[in-house]
Design a protein around this ligand. Structure first.
Ligand code: C2E
Ligand code: CA
Ligand code: CA
Length: 726
């Protein structure tokens, strides 16, 4: 699975879980709303039930109170008066019982003592009919039985009965609190009343207690909270009280629907927004991943495989060498004059050139071969399936021819060339490191032989490499053992009379090879990472020695590689501190090479140095490509006109004009101008005439050891001899 797929999968996963969360939240909201609604409905239903109970209770209490009016008859009962008298008395107070359809004064055995039914005196038959409706009424089984004193009578105090659709409510009350009346017979007496529960009466009851539409049905209502059974005399239930449920929860529904709708819309918009953002992010991630993948294996600028891919392919090919049987060749290609194009026409032109070179190289390869960009202007080719030994040479020659053709970059035509080093496997080596080292040695050879050619690796090159390594080792120990030495060359006032500065030039007195000039070992030091210790040694020694030469400046050369080192400025400052040398007397000589690669970093380092009081000179001015640009941008104190101008001055008048204008330019920019390599009095006179500030050259002095400088400085006019000779 590719990274892009995995991020896509990650995305779908995220969206799915988001959608899940969204659905869950919505469902929870719906459930909550529904829960609240049903809860409200249930609560209200329970309340309705409570109200119905309360209604019934109130009804019973009211009716029983009414019935108890009959207690007024207790003394008559106690006296055991005859029926007629009782009936007469009962009728008198029965007006209070008008709300009953029938009211009876009976003994515990069910014998009617008195009563009124539908406005007429009641009959025993009337009471018995009522008793059939409600068998538990006084009489029947419990006939004559006295309830134990202090206990409520085991009689239904209230009941509601369904008699074939006619609903009757029956209330029973005792006559006295102790229940016992008629001391003689010890018979208890009860008063029983009934009322027909007509629909109008039931509805009125409901209305009084805020229960809507209270009525009787014969079909069992399905909602247990909305029914009250009304038993028939035989205990069966064929009628129910029911009412209209008031459902406050339902009233909330529209509001909930609105709220839920809004929440759903809100959530979906958030969801859609997040999805879009995620989708966008995933696209970006996939794009980056592709980029990274490509970058990991491919050179971004040239679109060729990069060094890593090259190394991997080479390892693979080497591993297959034995199986395939045919040798392979590694070609290292280094462009000639690439830096010049870069410096003259800018980095964009340089980039374009790299792309075009890559295109030409790629077009020349056979399937199975690899071309890669290994670095700035360096390319590598792996040639597999070499038929005959000359194959690699033939390809190398074709590459030379192809790259010798002019290129069109940024609207100009440029010509470059290349040098090629070739090594073969298994012949020159059977591992990548060896092969690459040997191809590199061959490349070095090709360049040394004058560029624009190819060279095979040969065993003697190894010797040259070996030599280089020996030099490196020796140089390392020479630095460590303090075996290097410094010579100083005076920088002289324009009239040639005063020493105003001394340039430190390093020398290596070699026990076998004699005095080795810097041009021979500085490049090795740069290549082998010795330039920092070497330069620090030079600066330290120069500062120590120049301390004894007050009043003159000390010029020290800085190699571009050293200058680019991130600790360069810090090391200069540290050495100044440690030697106690006055920074204002130190002048560092930089070349244009210092400035081309990372101009911003260079500028920062230069500002830093200047802020410590160190001054800066542009060395070898005129040998680079865009010197004027540097002069404008970077804060130099001085330019040193390269020796080559003076060398050719006599030969070509052009050089003289150039020197003239350079001096003018320098003066115009407020810089001091120093001419290097002054060898003749004519040159001296010319430079004096055009307005140069300082001179340096064999005419005045060669670079000499420190002791000789002591002598020169001690003299009144150090160069009197040379001057008279001139
Ligand atoms: P440079 O900085 O241009 O130094 C001047 C070179 O020109 C010196 O060569 C000097 O001997 C030579 N020279 C001076 N006057 C004349 C003259 O009138 N005629 C001729 N033909 N040559 C003259 P040297 O000492 O061999 O140094 C060569 C280069 O090595 C220097 O060129 C400088 O770039 C580098 N170098 C020397 N010492 C150091 C050092 O300590 N550090 C670094 N990084 N580079 C150094
Ligand atoms: Ca110099
Ligand atoms: Ca120089």
């Amino acid at each position: 699975m590719t990274n892009a797929e995995s991020s896509a999968r990650l995305l779908t996963g995220t969206i799915a879980s988001l959608a899940g969360a969204f659905v869950v939240v919505l469902a929870a909201a719906v459930a909550l709303a529904f829960g609240i609604m049903t809860n409200a409905n249930d609560l209200e239903a329970a309340r309705q039930n409570d109200r119905l109970d309360a209604a019934m209770n109130a009804e019973v209490l009211l009716r029983r109170d009414n019935l108890r009016t009959v207690r007024a008859l207790k003394p008559l009962l106690d006296a055991g008066l005859p029926h007629a008298t009782l009936q007469w008395s009962f009728s008198l107070i029965a007006e209070r019982l008008l709300e009953f359809d029938g009211s009876f004064l009976v003994t515990a055995a069910g014998r009617l003592l008195a009563g009124v039914e539908n406005g007429r005196p009641a009959t025993q038959a009337g009471y018995d009919a009522l008793r059939r409706l409600k068998p538990g009424l006084p009489g029947g089984n419990s006939a004559g039985q006295l309830p134990p004193a202090g206990h409520p009578p085991p009689l239904p105090l209230f009941s509601i009965v369904n008699d074939n659709g006619q609903i009757t409510s029956i209330v029973v009350a005792t006559i006295a609190d102790d229940d016992i009346v008629n001391a003689a017979t010890r018979e208890a007496a009860f008063v029983v009343g009934y009322r027909r529960a007509t629909p109008a009466r039931i509805a009125a009851l409901g209305h009084r207690h805020r229960i809507d539409d209270l009525h009787v049905v014969t079909d069992k209502p399905s909602d247990a909270l909305l029914r009250r059974p009304i038993p028939s005399p035989d205990g069966q239930v064929a009628a129910w009280l029911t009412w209209q449920a008031s459902r406050p929860g339902d009233a909330m529904l529209p509001r909930f629907a609105w709220a839920l709708g809004i929440v759903a819309i809100l959530l979906s918009s958030i969801f859609a927004y997040v999805c879009r953002r995620l989708g966008h992010a995933a696209q970006q991630i996939a794009l980056r991943e592709r980029q990274i993948q490509r970058l990991a294996g491919q050179d971004e600028l040239s679109r060729l495989p990069n060094r890593r891919t090259f190394d991997r392919r080479l390892d693979q090919e080497i591993a297959q060498l034995d199986r395939k049987g045919s040798p392979l060749a590694v070609l290292l290609i280094d462009l000639d004059r690439f830096k010049a194009v870069n410096d003259t026409y800018g980095h964009n032109a340089g980039d374009e050139l790299v792309r075009q070179v890559a295109g030409r190289l790629a077009a020349m390869l056979r399937i199975g071969d690899t071309v890669a960009r290994l670095g700035g202007d360096e390319f590598g080719i792996i040639m597999t399936h070499l038929g005959q030994p000359g194959d690699s040479a033939a390809l190398a020659q074709r590459i030379l021819d192809t790259l010798a053709e002019p290129f069109e970059v940024g609207g100009v035509t440029v010509s470059i060339g290349c040098s090629i080093g070739i090594a073969h496997a298994p012949q020159d080596g059977k591992d990548r490191a060896t092969l690459m080292r040997r191809a590199d040695a061959a490349l070095y050879q090709a360049k040394n032989e004058g560029r624009n050619r190819y060279a095979f690796f040969e065993t003697q090159m190894n010797a040259a490499l070996q030599m280089k390594r020996t030099v490196e080792d020796e140089l390392r120990s020479a630095i460590a053992r303090d075996e290097l030495t410094l010579h100083y060359q005076p920088q002289v006032s324009i009239d040639g009379t005063k020493i105003i500065g001394l340039e430190a030039l390093v020398r290596w007195p070699h026990p076998v090879h004699g005095m080795i000039p810097p041009s021979e070992f500085i490049p090795i030091a740069e290549e082998r990472g010795l330039i920092m210790p070497l330069s620090e040694w030079v600066l330290r020694r120069a500062c120590e020695q120049a301390r004894h030469w007050p009043g003159v400046k000390l010029a020290v050369n800085v190699s571009p590689i050293q200058f680019r080192h991130k600790d360069f400025v810090a090391s200069v400052i540290r050495i100044l501190d440690e030697t106690g040398f006055d920074p204002a007397r130190l002048e560092l000589e930089l070349t244009e090479g210092v400035l081309v690669d990372d101009a911003d970093a260079a500028e920062n380092a230069m500002m830093d140095l200047r802020s410590h009081g160190v001054s800066l000179a542009l060395d070898d001015f005129g040998t680079g490509y865009s010197s004027l640009i540097y002069l404008r941008r970077f804060a130099f104190d001085k330019i040193k006109i390269d020796r080559s101008f003076l060398e050719y001055m006599e030969a070509t008048g052009e050089s003289a004009i150039l020197v003239h204008s350079v001096v003018h330019l320098g003066r115009a920019l407020g810089l001091r101008v120093c001419a290097e390599g002054v060898e003749t009095p004519e040159q001296h006179r010319f430079l004096q005439a055009v307005g140069c500030h300082e001179l340096q050259g064999f005419l005045f002095s060669r670079p000499v050891p420190a002791e000789a400088i002591d002598t020169l400085l001690a003299r009144e006019s150090p160069f009197a001899a040379t001057q008279t000779a001139a």
